[in-house]
Write a protein that binds this ligand. Structure first.
Ligand code: SGN
Ligand code: CA
Length: 508
């Protein structure tokens, strides 16, 4: 793919200040398509060789790809609360997945609603309290299900819908665009996919994708966690040791050999007889092959990686199709011209790097999330941006695009100047991260700073530190925290971490 970076090259002059209205004279709509655990390594617009996402890539071709979109706390519910509020976790309250979002607090959808926007939320929500600030919502309870999912409704009802969750969320989103909204008002629509979250259950029409292929393995699949502080070694997210045979690997015959003991696959249990028939036709012969070959040691890890990555990418292919359906509808109705379209995920994800699945760490695969934006007449098509941007900036950006004031207590910044191709002198040079959750996957709480070059982490419970020089060590395999040559950097970044804690009021 041929991409141009115009950062810095084209100044504010080429694309003058954002018109309050789009080229067709209408106010901007906002469509945000958001998935759960979609790694940037698995978006082909990012240049990887793992899979193709032709529909998601349409947004990049006609819009902007952000290469350093970082999340403030790399986990689901906290990330979603940051998107809604424009505030770090300690201020919006959702520090981990166990906390209920306080629905009475300020959110940008509430502010847009007051400004005359229609607002809608569909799909994965995961904030425990009911959505507020939306004229219309249909959301999954908790994590939701892949097969024949239940949906919650504003009237307090719950209804099971037959089919595959990603396609159903696509249907609901399209139905609202076509029949649900008032065509005379601007709108904000969130279309939030459950996929590709664990346990990576593909749709019936994707089950044979990648059949017979061997997908590329990451170089660090057999990482031994040397050269880092102790938390990395204490993880419980290894493909080798922590995948469950039934739930994750879809090999029910070996359920009793699973990490954590005998396990089940609740998704399989939800299927209709016809869905089960297709499933068993796909996985039965593959599992028979596994029993016959009975790989051991590294070969077994390689087998597990293939099973994992193929299922994960099959789930993404359904997300991609449904993103395409929404884009095509916007095009065909002439809505694309005055709609800001966004594709992103709640955080990054490990696709076997460091031997892992899951997220949570300040390390690159989980800190960075995909972010693509299309805004005709404002964003130069095919552009690439390398500023340190964040899920913390989305609320501010959306308010700015809708020409609404940005409340002083929001902690991010409007990305609108970046969308116009400007290079604001005061854009952040360092990014503040804080992960809190304990328990599942056993990742120690940590704070840290990421700059253009360095990743600096403090595991405060054991008082251990890490410093990665990402220019020299992009795979982050050796902390240089104790190296003589880096002591001035360590000193600077310690001061910067303290400065950011005070700036963002995370000092309690
Ligand atoms: C579940 C998953 C975990 C995952 C968390 C949080 N286990 O507990 O692997 O880290 O969700 O994910 S599972 O056995 O239920 O599949 S998050 O995206 O909601 O933060
Ligand atoms: Ca997630």
């Amino acid at each position: 793919m041929n991409r141009r970076s115009f950062l810095g090259a084209v100044g504010a002059s080429a694309l003058a200040a954002l018109p309050a209205r789009a080229q067709n004279g209408k106010p901007w709509n906002i469509v945000m398509m958001f998935s759960d655990d979609h790694a940037w390594q698995a978006v082909s617009a990012y240049g990887g060789n793992l899979n193709r996402t032709p529909q998601i890539d349409r947004i990049a071709h006609r819009g902007m790809r952000f290469d350093q979109c970082l999340v403030t706390n790399s986990i689901c519910a906290p990330s979603r609360a940051v998107v809604l509020t424009g505030k770090h976790s300690h201020l919006n309250g959702v520090v981990d997945n166990a906390v209920r979002f306080n629905p009475d607090q300020q959110t940008f959808p509430k502010l847009l609603q007051k400004a005359g926007y229609q607002t809608a939320m569909f799909g994965k929500w995961h904030l425990k309290s009911d959505p507020t600030g939306f004229d219309h919502w249909e959301v999954l309870p908790g994590q939701g299900s892949y097969y024949n999912p239940d949906f919650l409704y504003a009237n307090g009802g719950k209804r099971r819908r037959e089919g595959y969750v990603t396609d159903i969320i696509g249907d609901i989103s399209l139905d609202w665009l076509k029949n649900g909204r008032d065509p005379n008002k601007p709108f904000l629509m969130f279309s939030q996919h459950k996929a590709p979250h664990r346990n990576w259950m593909p749709a019936p029409n994707k089950m044979w994708m990648y059949e017979g292929e061997n997908l590329p393995e990451p170089d660090t699949l057999f990482d031994n966690y040397e050269g880092r502080a102790t938390p990395a070694r204490l993880n419980e997210m290894e493909i080798d040791r922590h995948m469950r045979w039934n739930h994750d690997m879809k090999v029910p015959e070996w359920a009793d050999k699973s990490f954590g003991g005998q396990d089940g696959n609740a998704e399989w249990a939800r299927m209709t007889p016809e869905q089960k028939r297709i499933w068993d036709a796909a996985y039965g012969p593959r599992n028979a092959e596994l029993f016959k070959n009975n790989p051991q040691g590294k070969d077994l890890v390689r087998w597990k990686y293939q099973r994992y990555i193929k299922d994960y990418l099959r789930c993404i292919s359904s997300v991609d199709d449904n993103v395409g359906r929404v884009l095509s509808y916007l095009d065909s109705e002439g809505l694309a011209e005055n709609t800001l379209v966004v594709y992103s995920s709640d955080q990054g994800f490990y696709l076997g790097e460091h031997g892992w699945f899951d997220k949570r760490w300040i390390y690159e695969e989980s800190l960075r999330t995909p972010l693509l934006m299309r805004m005709p007449g404002v964003i130069e098509p095919g552009s690439v941006n390398r500023h340190l941007v964040s899920n913390l900036d989305l609320a501010e950006t959306f308010l700015d695009v809708a020409r609404q004031p940005i409340p002083g207590d929001m902690q991010g910044a409007s990305m609108l100047p970046l969308l116009r191709g400007e290079n604001p002198k005061d854009w952040r040079q360092s990014f503040y991260f804080h992960y809190y959750e304990k328990g599942v996957h056993n990742v120690a709480p940590h704070r840290g700073v990421r700059t253009d070059r360095y990743t600096f982490a403090h595991y405060y419970e054991s008082d251990e530190w890490e410093l990665f020089d990402n220019t020299r060590d992009p795979k982050q395999l050796r902390s240089v925290y104790a190296d003589e040559a880096y002591q001035s950097v360590v000193k600077e970044l310690k001061a910067e971490l303290e400065r950011l804690r005070v700036l963002y009021k995370d000092t309690a």
